[in-house]
Design a protein around this ligand. Structure first.
Ligand code: PLP
Length: 386
């Protein structure tokens, strides 16, 4: 959207994000393992490559077999759980977490309300595998989710901000109405992370995340998690992992743990640079329109400013055509041309190349951790050259 405010900014600190509470969750996450280890144990969790554990006699130990549990899963689950303030089960990818949440909650004849503009693989999974089990889905755009009727649905799936369009919907309002109508609410919180948005505090039953993105943050591992505060539901999620064998590798769990330790630092830089870049795009003639939930005239601004602590690090920008968009991506020395988002290096891609319902010139830009001034300069020079 264009062009009302010069400085995109959130107006007031959102109620769900008391700074002191957020700091205390980060402290708990960072020190969780230290508080649970004995003299001589390493501060970092060990990578335990185990299919077998010693198991004489009754099989009553927490580690009976590699598919049941691994010490490295516990370490990363405890740390993510300290941020989410909820029980957490980790998975080998975001899609494995999505699948677990669906398999633990859907039954034959379930009716599911789903965003038509969220991560497309979730819809493909529905079409190819889940709907055949007599499950009915209705797809509506994220921007219409807040006011949409929820009666008659068993599950409301939310992705906010949506990927790639960056629309948002009101989690608390939807959760209240969905619960009154007897439906569960699951939020894919990938684009925000538990630091910028807290779906469980806003009433969601489960939150799922592709930790492949900002949470692990180094573009070197696929990972995911599901968190929730309902013991029965979380026991089902854990049981799904054990029975389906959707288990993360021990080295992957370690990489996710290590990335998580710097999440707050990385996000601070990414969000600061995203504000600066959104400003630049907003005022530059080479850019036709900008989507960023922190822009005062963006359709996402109002809800985002009450339910997110920061508008995030993903920006949508539309160039006049495919060729200009491709030139922007390939000519800019500070942009890595790749799919995915949330990594250290700023990266971008044209989402229409995957068939997303966006303009040919629409670019999803994931702002990275480069020094802000140098990044803005490099992007600005490239825009001037288009
Ligand atoms: C919003 C969202 N959810 C889920 C996923 C799936 O995550 P993964 O690629 O880790 O399986 C993605 C991946 O891009 C995503 O963007």
């Amino acid at each position: 959207m264009r062009k009302a405010a010069l400085k995109p900014s959130m107006e007031s600190p959102p109620m769900a994000h008391d700074r002191k509470q957020s700091d205390s969750r980060i402290m708990a996450m960072l020190h969780k393992r230290a508080a649970s280890i004995e003299k001589g144990e390493s501060l970092t969790p060990p990578i335990v490559n185990a299919a077998k554990y010693a198991l004489p006699g009754a099989p009553d130990h927490p580690y009976p077999y590699g598919r049941f549990d691994n010490p490295g899963w516990g370490a990363v689950e405890d740390a993510i759980g300290a941020l989410e303030e909820a029980e957490t089960v980790c998975f080998p990818s975001g899609m494995a977490a999505v699948t677990a949440a669906l398999m633990a909650t859907l039954k034959p004849k379930s009716r599911l309300l789903l965003p038509s503009d969220g991560y497309y693989t979730v819809r493909v999974l529905m079409d190819e595998f889940i709907k055949q089990h007599d499950i009915e889905t209705t797809e509506i755009p994220t921007a219409e989710m807040t006011g949409h009727a929820v009666e008659g649905y068993d599950l409301v799936w939310i992705e906010t901000p949506s990927n790639p369009g960056l629309d948002v919907c009101d989690i608390a309002a939807i959760a209240e109405r969905a619960h009154a109508a007897g439906a569960l609410v699951i939020v894919d919180n990938t684009t925000a992370t538990p630091l910028l948005q807290r779906p469980l505090d806003l009433g969601a039953d489960l939150t799922v995340s592709s930790d492949t993105k900002a949470l692990a943050g180094h573009s070197d591992v696929l990972f995911g998690h599901v968190s929730g505060r309902d013991e029965t539901l979380m026991a089902r999620i854990r049981n799904w992992r054990k029975l389906s064998g959707s288990t993360p590798g021990p080295a992957e769990a370690y990489l996710a743990y290590r990335g998580l330790m710097t999440l707050e630092l990385r996000l601070a830089r990414m969000c600061e640079s995203a504000h600066e870049l959104a400003n630049l795009f907003y005022s530059h003639k080479a850019v036709e329109s900008v989507r960023f939930p922190g822009l005062a005239d963006d359709p996402s601004f109002k809800i985002a400013s009450t339910q997110m602590s920061e508008p995030g690090f993903v920006i949508g920008l539309t160039f006049k055509d495919e060729e200009t968009a491709e030139r922007f991506i390939t000519d800019c020395p500070a942009i890595f041309a790749a799919t995915s988002f949330g990594g250290i290096q700023t990266s971008a891609e044209r989402r229409a190349r995957w068939g997303d319902d966006v303009a040919e010139g629409y670019v999803r830009l994931s702002v990275g951790c480069e020094p802000t001034a140098a990044l803005v300069q490099a992007v600005s020079d490239t825009l001037d050259s288009l």
